[in-house]
Design a protein around this ligand. Structure first.
Ligand code: SF4
Length: 454
């Protein structure tokens, strides 16, 4: 019987969520998850260093556990992820109550680190980055929770060195997982009831390119689509420079691949894009979007955007606004530029004043809020295919799920129907600020259909 408890706090992206799931699985025979750190025997803070002041936030968050450690010295406290990689030994120097520090490539060594600590050989700091690193196959265990959707990392690290980004320095160079490991992991998830997977990587479009005999990303998608019982496939993130015709055709042709693409543009100005080292121009980005929409009519697009990159002029910024109007993304994730340790752009001298960045971000939000609302309203009166994830967290009397185009739908349905895990049609009746609202129409598949049902 598992007697110990683990609390994990995850910051940042889906890759970090995936890593947290792996760490839970790695210690799953000994530890059971708990909701509050005060009840835990092992506290892990899985960190992200992409946003501004990330390190300071981590130091302050983990600093709070000092009194807990003083009261219960046997509690093991660990910092993992990108800030752990970036800060290394500095963390245990500044926070002596921390027992372990694991960079993203080293989270798989958690059991070994815990064993050392048990033998009094802590604190343990593991931040080695290997070029030939291959993440081992560790299927998640969901403790009977039976999630409807799951994430699967298909590659780690990045070779692109965008000038604002810290990822290649903290997650290492790009490595792809063997296709057979990916397929095995997804099959195992499907057996646990998962119907939708999101394939994760910093740049999934370049999957397999560095390894001999590996499939391309488009080929991998086709292989995943063969898995019986899997209904939907998503993936993120796609680098625009590597978005191939073959991949676009695969999205168009493979029924299980959802019509949604997250394609980070970062800026609408070719001049700024060059300084960001993004590897494409505004025109090339727009040409790819046009081709994609030709092949996959109705595809939803989302993006990431940075405003106030060093040297961004008012006219560069206007180009970003016109790009938003031209592409009409379903949603964007926009941020003010901030210097990141190790990234090249921190040395660029022509920094944009904070108040200008704030005003530009506000303008971007204003423009995009209108576009997003217009797109949401276009769903009213339409029948949408929704994969039901379960009751809404905020309104348990309402069910929630997503359309193929990744819009959240909250809807009502007859109480006697067990719809979690089912693929249903919903009639969209309203477009709210954050979601669509509708009424259940009919069941398309499951639940109760076994993994063989396709
Ligand atoms: S593609 Fe650029 S932004 Fe994305 S992880 Fe790699 S370096 Fe960072």
């Amino acid at each position: 019987m598992r007697e110990k408890r683990i609390f994990i706090k995850t910051f940042g992206c889906q890759m970090n969520e995936y890593d947290s799931e792996r760490m839970l699985a790695l210690v799953g025979e000994e530890y059971v998850p708990c909701e509050v750190p005060e009840e835990a025997d092992l506290i892990l803070v899985n960190t992200c260093s992409v946003r501004r002041k990330a390190e300071e936030k981590v130091y302050s968050f983990v600093g709070r556990f000092k009194s807990l450690k003083a009261k219960r010295p046997e509690v093991v406290i660990g910092v993992t992820g990108c800030v752990a990689q970036q800060e290394g030994e500095r963390i245990v120097k500044r926070l002596p109550h921390v027992d372990l520090v694991l960079g993203p490539q080293n989270i798989y060594r958690l059991p070994e680190a815990l064993e050392k600590i048990r033998r009094g050989r802590g604190p343990v700091v593991l931040t080695e980055l290997k070029k030939d690193f291959k993440p081992p196959l560790i299927p998640a265990t969901y403790d009977g929770a039976r999630p409807v959707k799951a994430q699967v990392t298909i590659m780690q690290g990045c070779d692109n060195f965008c000038s604002y980004c810290v990822v290649p320095y903290v997650r290492g160079r790009e490595v792809s997982r063997p296709p057979e490991d990916i397929l095995r992991e997804i099959e195992c998830l499907v057996q646990q009831g998962v119907r939708e997977v999101t394939l994760l990587g910093q740049n999934v479009n370049s999957y397999g390119q560095k390894e001999k005999g590996y499939p391309t990303f488009a080929e991998l998608l086709r292989m995943v689509a063969q898995i019986k019982g899997l209904w939907r496939i998503r993936f993120t993130t796609s680098h625009p420079k590597d978005l191939s015709e073959d991949l676009m055709r695969t999205i168009a042709e493979e029924e299980k691949v959802c019509e949604h693409l997250h394609l980070p543009v970062q800026s609408g100005s070719s001049r700024v894009l060059a300084r960001m080292n993004r590897g494409y121009t505004r025109e090339e980005y727009l040409a790819r979007v046009a081709r994609l929409r030709e092949l996959v009519p109705g595809i939803a697009l989302t993006t990431d955007l940075i405003v106030g990159f060093p040297g961004e002029t008012e006219s560069d910024f206007q180009e970003t606004l016109t790009l938003l109007e031209e592409v009409r993304f379903d949603e964007i994730f926009s941020f003010k530029y901030s210097d990141r340790p190790l990234a090249r752009a921190r040395k660029f001298e022509d920094k944009v004043p904070e108040e200008v960045k704030a005003a530009r971000l506000w303008k971007v939000h204003e423009v995009q809020a209108r576009i997003t609302q217009e797109i949401r309203e276009s769903y009213i009166g339409r029948k949408a295919e929704v994969l039901v994830e379960g009751p809404s967290e905020t309104r348990p009397e309402v069910l929630t799920g997503r359309t193929r185009t990744n819009h959240v739908v909250n809807f009502t349905a007859p109480k006697e129907l067990e719809l979690k895990g089912a693929l249903v049609y919903v009639l969209i009746k309203e477009a709210g600020k954050h979601s669509l609202r509708g009424e259940f129409l009919e069941i398309l598949k499951g639940p109760g259909g076994g993994p063989d049902e396709d």
